[in-house]
Design a binder for this molecule. Structure first.
Ligand code: FMN
Length: 170
C-alpha cells in the first residue's frame, strides 16, 4: 500500500471480529513502534499488550464502551517521564514520544488491514491497578487492535488552508 493510501485507510475502528491477531502481525506492529523516534533517543516507554479474552469484565473498568473489550488485544502505551527527555524550559516530552510510538504501531496495523482506535478517555487509576504499573510509569494512551468488523468512513477534516499558515501566524 502506498503511504498516501495507508494514511487514508486508517480510521478509528470501534467494531471488531472474533478473529485473533496473528503473532507475526503483532510482532510486526510492535517492531514498528520500536523503530519510532524519541526525543534524545531515550526510548523511555513501554507498551503493555493485553489479550482481552477471559478478562473482559475487569478490562471494562478501564474504558466502559462495549466494543473496547471485544477487540482481541488492547495496548497501553506508557511513558516514564523521569527518563524521557525534558527541554531547558522544563517541558517533558513523554506524551510526544509515546504518541509517535503509538502512531507508528497504528499505521503498521492499518498496513496489515488491522483496526485500531486511539483511546485517551480511559480511567488511569484502573489502568495502574490492573496492569500493576509501578510509580513513575504514566499510562498515556491506549489502542485496541484487532480485525475490523466495520469499514472506514470518510474523514471529517479542516481544509489545508485552515490548518497551515506561512511565515507568520495568521
Ligand atoms: C489522542 C487521541 C485520543 C483519542 N481518544 C479517544 C477515546 O478515548 N475514545 C474514542 O472512541 N476515540 C478516541 N480518539 C479517536 C478520535 O475521536 C478520532 O481519531 C477522530 O474522531 C478522527 O477519526 P478517525 O480516527 O476515524 O480518522 C482519540 C484520538 C486521539 C488522536
Amino acid at each position: 500500500m502506498s503511504f498516501d493510501k495507508l494514511i487514508e485507510s486508517r480510521y478509528s475502528c470501534r467494531s471488531y471480529t472474533n478473529e485473533e491477531v496473528s503473532d507475526a502481525d503483532l510482532r510486526a506492529v510492535l517492531n514498528a513502534a520500536r523503530l519510532a523516534p524519541t526525543a534524545g533517543n531515550r526510548q523511555a516507554f513501554k507498551l503493555v499488550v493485553i489479550k482481552t479474552a477471559g478478562h473482559e469484565e475487569k478490562l471494562s473498568r478501564i474504558y466502559g464502551r462495549e466494543w473496547f473489550v471485544k477487540a482481541p488485544i488492547i495496548i497501553a502505551a506508557c511513558g516514564i517521564p523521569a527518563d524521557n527527555w525534558t527541554s531547558q524550559e522544563g517541558k517533558n516530552y513523554a506524551d510526544v514520544d509515546v504518541a509517535i510510538v503509538l502512531d507508528h504501531l497504528i499505521l503498521a496495523a492499518a498496513d496489515r488491514g488491522l483496526g485500531t482506535c486511539w483511546i485517551a478517555a480511559f480511567d488511569p487509576d484502573a489502568v495502574r491497578e490492573i496492569l500493576d504499573l509501578p510509580a513513575g510509569v504514566e499510562p498515556i494512551v491506549l489502542t485496541t487492535l484487532g480485525h475490523p468488523a466495520d469499514s472506514g468512513k470518510s474523514k471529517l477534516r479542516k481544509d489545508i488552508d485552515d490548518i497551515v499558515c506561512y511565515e507568520k501566524w495568521g
